[in-house]
Every structure is written in C-alpha cells, then in structure tokens.
Design a protein around this ligand. Structure first.
Ligand SMILES: *Cc1c(COP(=O)(O)O)cnc(C)c1O
Length: 367
C-alpha cells in the first residue's frame, strides 16, 4: 500500500457496510440487493465496497456511467453490473462483450443502441427505465408497448424493468403515490414474470418495504447515511455510518486577544486563545462553508475558526494541547460523534454531497 505521511485520512468501516446490508436484506424479504457503488461508492471506494458486498451475498452492482462499469470489470469484480444512466452507442459492443446490463432510457436510445449492437457478440442486456415522474430519463408509460416492440426486434436480452422516485425521502406525498401507481400499471401491462423489477432507492426501501419487488437499489444508506432528515426521524432500524475523517493537530499556539485568524481576518480572538492548525482544507473536501463547524478532540467539540484554507484550517482549543493530538472531523471519538448529516446541515445541503466531495488527496483506509 502507498504510504501517506500527512495524518489526514478517511477510515472506512467495511463491517458497518456489511451491517447495513444485513438490515436491508431483512427488510426487503426475498428481493435482491443491488449495491449502488457509483461515484466511487459515494466516496467510500468502489472496489473495496463492491468486494465487501459480494462477499455478503450481493449479486448486483449498479453504477451511473459506462466507465464506472468498466472499472469494475477491469478489477475483475464478478457480479451483474447495471449502468443506470445513459450509455452511448460506442459502449454497446463493450457492454455486450462483458455482459454489462444497461438502462434503456428512451425510444431513440433503443433505436440507436439496436443499431450499435454487434451480432457476433451475446445480446445486449437491457433494463427498461420507465419515467413515472422523475422526468430525468426513461420512456413514458404510454411508450412502453413501443419500447417492448423495439426490444423484441433487436439484439437485446430483456432483463429488467425499473423506475426511480423523485420524492421517496419525503413524508407521504402525492407524486410518490402517483409514481407507484403508474409503475404498477406498467408492470401489469408488461406482465412478464421473467423480468427483474426494481423501483426502490434507500429511502423507499426503508419507508416502503412493500415496494421491494425483485430487487432494491441501495446507495446512500448502504454507507450508513440517512437519505433525508424525514427518513432519519422515521428510521425503523439503526444505520451504521461507515466513513470517519481524521487528522492530527500539527501546530499549536496562543493567539493574543484582538488578533485575527486566517484569510480575510474574519475571526478575532476575544481573549488570548489556544489555536491549533489542522492539515486539512477545502482541497480535501473540508468546504469553506464548514467554517464554525465543530471537530472532536479528546471527545470534546471545538470549532473551526477563521476561513478554511485550501490545505489547512484552524480550531480553537479550550486549553493548550500537544501537537500530534488526534482530531476527528467525522465519526466517533471517546463517546462523542459527528455525523455526515451534521455537516450537510451546516452546509445547507444533502448528506449525499459530503462524502463524494472528499477528494482523491484524502487516502481511504479500511477497517
Ligand atoms: C443513485 C441512484 C440510486 C441510489 O439512491 P440512494 O438514494 O442513494 O439509495 C438508485 N437508483 C438510481 C437510478 C440512482 O441513480
């Protein structure tokens, strides 16, 4: 393994992922788990997460892009792989060769993909995406029969049928009910028991286990993160957060009352204050909007003061502490905890954005 000298690192607990997987298995009954490992497994490391999932009985991995699918193939990850987003025609023979399943996202796509297939290779495995209300990709419900004709007349193997919810993470709502109803109609109309039908993301799998069909696509909560505060407040089981972010104090000094800290001199010490410097900044994913966010040192919360720099930031200590002292930015320390959801609240965004913004410079280590 590459050695890193800077103490800043993300520690991924693969057992937490295993535990979350187990929860979803129990909740989803006979349905398969499709582990969503797009975007480098939401920043947790695609290969490590994929291997852990496969070790634990998962047969399906889902990614967003053809390149992500190919990365799994190149690393000899043996699983069924589904590309959920758009697959360009140029990738079609590659998908055929490697047995990668792809989403059929429109009638035009079916035509183009049909024209791009290579008849010397096995048929292209497709999952028909139905746009039941997300309005992103997918055929409209009225186009389904035409899509079926196209699928039958081309070098395709019709493997799956799916849709995606726009509001599964909110309180019971009309759009969600509407999407469920539209999908139910499509499923009835197609009436093909050989198809793998999957509709649920994490939020739907948590809140509506009755909608599991043949498989559920679990992304964010595989990593122990709640899809929204609504789901978090109504969780029927506990999620185990998988990602921790740590560093160490590299410099400590007493800054005099009235003196300012960091770029823009936005923070002034009210009294003489012990200020520590941490070797982590916005180029690592500690976004500038996290100024004021607390970190844990010795299990106690201390604020980030002054502007966050590209590679460093400062925190205020209650008393002098030594250099080398462990700092937990995300995760548990001595009974205290800072969760990704807390960062999301501070940044006024969703938790999804946090781990995918931890950059390559932050080594991922596994426990
Ligand atoms: C990303 C994605 C998922 C996973 O959603 P989570 O909310 O992270 O569980 C499922 N389905 C599709 C189509 C997606 O793009």
């Amino acid at each position: 393994m590459t050695q890193f000298y800077r103490p800043t690192k993300a520690v991924i607990d693969l057992n937490a992922i295993q535990q979350n997987l187990q929860m979803f298995k129990e909740r989803s009954g006979k349905a398969e788990i499709i582990a969503v490992v797009k975007a480098d497994a939401y920043g947790h490391g695609m290969m490590e997460v994929a291997r852990k999932a496969l070790e634990n009985g998962v047969n399906w991995l889902a990614v967003a892009t053809p390149d992500e699918a190919l990365l799994l193939v190149e690393h000899e990850i043996e699983a069924n792989i589904l590309v959920m987003g758009h697959t360009p025609a140029a990738f079609i023979p590659v998908a055929q060769r490697h047995g990668i399943s792809v989403a059929a996202i429109s009638l035009d796509w079916l035509l183009a993909a049909g024209g791009a297939t290579d008849s010397d290779l096995p048929p292209l495995k497709v999952h028909l995406k139905v746009d039941t209300g997300m309005r992103r990709v997918g055929v409209q419900a009225e186009e389904v029969s035409e899509a079926l004709q196209l699928i039958k007349s081309r070098l395709f193997s019709f493997e799956g049928l799916f849709t995606h919810f726009a509001t599964a993470d909110e309180d019971r709502n009309e759009l969600f009910q509407q999407q469920v109803k539209t999908m139910a109609t499509v499923v009835r109309e197609i009436n093909d028991p050989s198809l793998m039908i999957h509709v649920s993301n994490s939020a739907a799998a948590i809140m509506h286990p009755d909608l599991a069909f043949d498989a559920v696509r679990i992304g964010i909560s595989l990593y122990g993160i709640a899809p929204s505060s609504y789901v978090e407040n109504n969780m029927p089981f506990t999620l185990a957060p998988a990602l921790a972010l740590e560093t160490e104090i590299v410099h400590v000094k007493c800054v005099k009352a009235g003196e300012a800290i960091s770029y823009g001199a936005t923070y002034h010490c009210e009294q003489d204050e012990w200020i520590a410097t941490l070797p982590i900044g916005y180029a690592d994913g500690l976004l500038r909007g996290l100024q004021g966010q607390e970190v844990l040192v010795r299990g106690r919360r201390m604020p980030i003061v002054g502007r966050i720099c590209m590679d460093q930031c400062m925190i205020r200590l209650p008393e002098k502490m030594p250099e080398g002292e462990k700092v937990q930015l995300i995760g548990r320390q001595d009974g205290a905890q800072i969760r990704i959801e807390e960062w999301a609240g501070k940044l006024e965004t969703i938790a999804y954005e946090i781990p995918v913004n931890l950059t390559k410079r932050v080594p991922r280590t596994y426990c």
